[in-house]
Design a protein around this ligand. Sequence first.
Ligand code: ADP
Length: 476
Amino acid sequence: MPLRLRLAILNGAVLAGAILLLSLVAYAQVSRSLAESLDESLRAQGENLATLYEARASLPSPVDQRVIPQPGVFSSPTFLVQVLNPDGNVAERSSGLGNRRLPVNPESVRQAGEGHVAYETVVLDGQPVRLYTTALFTDEEFIGYLQVARSLQAAEQALAFLRTTLLQVGAGSLAIALVVAWFLAGASLDPITRITRAADEIAVSVRFDRRLARVETHDEVARLAETFNRMMDRLESAFIAQRRFVADASHELRTPLTIIRGNIEMLRRSGSIQNTEMQEALDDVIAEAERMTRLVGGLLALARADAGQEIARASVRLDELVENIHREVQPSAGKVGLELGERQAIEVQGDLDALKQLLLILVDNGIKYTPPGGRVTVAVRERAGFAEISVQDTGPGIAPEDLPNIFERFYRATAARGQEGTGLGLAIALWIARAHGGDIVVESSPGTGSCFTIRLPLKGESPRQSVRDQPLAVTP
Ligand code: ADP
């Protein structure tokens, strides 16, 4: 799950918890205060009525009924009043009750008889009602019980309204908070996203000299960018040192190798060594010295490529280049037929020597890997706005598992190990093609031969990327 979504959800969850807690506390407070004020109103009403009934009981009959006629006359219509005899039977009821009776709970009556008031919630006609019970006394004489009740409907309606309001407001604020949290998380992660993008660009372009722009915020993000740049400084110096070492070593090895080869050639030609075994040993040394010369030459070429060597730009006729290579290589092709296929007159901008080296690598490979009697056909044509040189052979083809790796430095397919080679040719070829703003595409399957196609921008077309931006020796 992306960090931005995780942060937004986390913020939303914290906020939802806070809203829920706040709502629960508010709801509990309101519901408790409603219950308290209801009980308080019952108590006040009950005390007033009890005083009246106790006063009436001390008057002689029938004066009592005239002075204080019936229960509930003095009470507000929201209260229901019922008077019980000392034995618990209903003696009088307020008119609001009609022919209903307030339920008499023996436990509440007992509690009232002991001098405590009792509060309880009962059901009257299916409606919840809060009921207050107290005992009535005149001059210490017990004369009965007074019950005062009030419907809980209004309080419950108020609580239901509060519940709906809290739910709606809570859900609304949660939705708003989630949206705000999403944008805030995006804004705070934005510098990190930019750093990641810039680091990615450096990785893709293999430009170790590039750095992230300074972040002026002096916070964790700025420190991250600084640390990344410091790491790039160290990587760049290590990379430069390694590149210089390979270039220097290859350069230094060329002279001794030339001397070794020259001296051994001289020794062989002098005729001083007659022994066959010794001559074979000399041949081996010459072959190995030649192989090493090729290897050192390849390493030097790649070291120069890594150093960002610029390619010279001049007009090059590809059809003429192909014909020249055909003429030069054909005599040494042995039993493999080197043929010219379709040739369109095509011009590109580039370095003639480098392009020649590129084509030679592909043609040499074709001849090297194709068994005697096979064919290597070179063609040049324009296709889809590109100049294309194809080198098609009837050789053994390349296994699918090797295909993605053949452009790696020193990679050699197992099938090719018997052949001489360094594993650097295709890496150099790909660099030359890319340095010209082009590419190399391979189509091959075992048994049917291989076709390497060089694609180059036509003269007048701008290369797709600058030479310095080309990734080197990567699998196409
Ligand atoms: P090498 O010096 O081994 O030829 P390259 O870089 O030129 O090195 O080629 C890399 C590998 O690609 C070779 O070892 C071989 O396995 C494979 N390869 C290249 N060209 C061909 C081809 N025309 N036919 C079959 N395999 C090829």
